[in-house]
Design a protein around this ligand. Structure first.
Ligand code: PBG
Length: 306
């Protein structure tokens, strides 16, 4: 066990929190570790919305390269940021137990505007999924781009003349922020794999794969796999107005999936309950259902915008 496992991480407070989780899990198994912070392109350009940068896996690319160049041994990611197709020679080594999955609205003064049909609220988020879902529910609101890490986004919200901004609960909780002026968006189906953390490593690195499999959380790995199968079958791995959530109860997988047009005007959804031992193709089948309902046309439109 004298090999030191080099853990690659982005430098944001959220990324470091996640990397520390993995370090603690490896240390608990008796492994020696070292944290290696790596800058990612997703952290550098704060202005351009992600979908305009057009690069897949903007948050994961720098860490992928560091892995392939043997500068690190494992990389830690928010699973929702990982493209559905991993680079060749890189494999998932473990998925950690899932944290909170939902989104929340941080508001400026109050939430009265949510009930006022004649008030044009200004809401900030750069996620195409959140934009589309918000416009579906509040078609008269104005959406604004808001990029950067969670701290930067909160500061921008305070500085701008906006009514609120949307965040992942997991992202706030992990940096110890739970704004008093926030409400859970229970109606908003989360991004596939939201709240889950994945460790990836080189395919041929048996030492790291054996080390990480010890803390793989089977239930989270299985449910997020289904959610990502749904995403992959519909669209591939880009940022898209696609939501999915799966959980297991009494040996049954409960799945919900949604596809929205970018402006929220068109919407397709599916829910299903499948026995655990029959759930291997659940994500693909749910995606085919959405396509058959008419979702194929939306997918084609979204592809053309990109
Ligand atoms: N897209 C950025 C990102 N990637 C992972 C998280 C938080 C953790 C998670 O949702 O799993 C966030 C912040 C957010 O969406 O508000």
């Amino acid at each position: 066990m004298d090999r030191v496992i080099r853990i690659g991480t982005r430098e944001s407070q959220l990324a470091l929190w996640q990397a520390h989780q993995v370090r603690d899990l490896l240390t608990a198994q008796g492994y020696s570790t070292e944290l290696v912070p790596i800058k990612s392109e997703g952290d550098i350009d704060l202005v351009t919305p992600l979908y305009e940068i057009g690069v897949q896996g903007i948050f994961t690319k720098s860490l992928d390269l560091a892995l392939l160049n043997n500068r690190i041994d494992v990389a830690v990611h928010s699973l929702k940021d990982v493209p559905t197709q991993l680079p060749k020679q890189i494999v998932p080594a473990a998925v950690l137990q899932r944290g909170p999955v939902k989104d929340l609205l941080v508001y400026k003064s109050n939430t009265d505007f949510l009930d006022q049909a004649d008030y044009i609220a200004n809401i900030a988020t750069s996620s195409v999924r959140r934009k589309a879902q918000w416009l579906r529910k509040y078609p008269h609101h104005q959406l604004h781009n808001l990029r950067g890490n969670v701290n930067t986004r909160l500061q921008k919200l305070a500085a701008e003349n906006w009514d609120g901004a949307i965040f992942a609960v997991a992202g706030l909780e992990r940096i110890n922020i739970r704004p008093a002026n926030s409400i859970d968006l229970d109606w908003m189906l989360p991004a596939p794999a939201q709240g889950a953390i994945v460790v990836v490593c080189r395919e041929d690195d048996a030492f790291c794969r054996e080390a990480c499999v010890l803390f793989n959380h089977d239930e989270t790995a299985l449910t997020t796999n289904i959610e990502r199968d749904f995403l992959r079958t519909l669209m591939g791995g880009c940022t898209t107005p696609i939501s999915a959530y799966a959980y297991i109860q009494n040996n049954t997988v409960h799945f919900s999936g949604e596809l929205c047009s970018l402006d929220g005007s068109q919407f397709f959804s599916t829910t299903r309950e499948v026995p655990l031992d029959k759930a291997h193709a659940l994500g693909q089948e749910a995606a085919q259902d959405i396509m058959a309902q008419g979702g194929a046309e939306i997918v084609a439109q979204i592809r053309n915008v990109k």
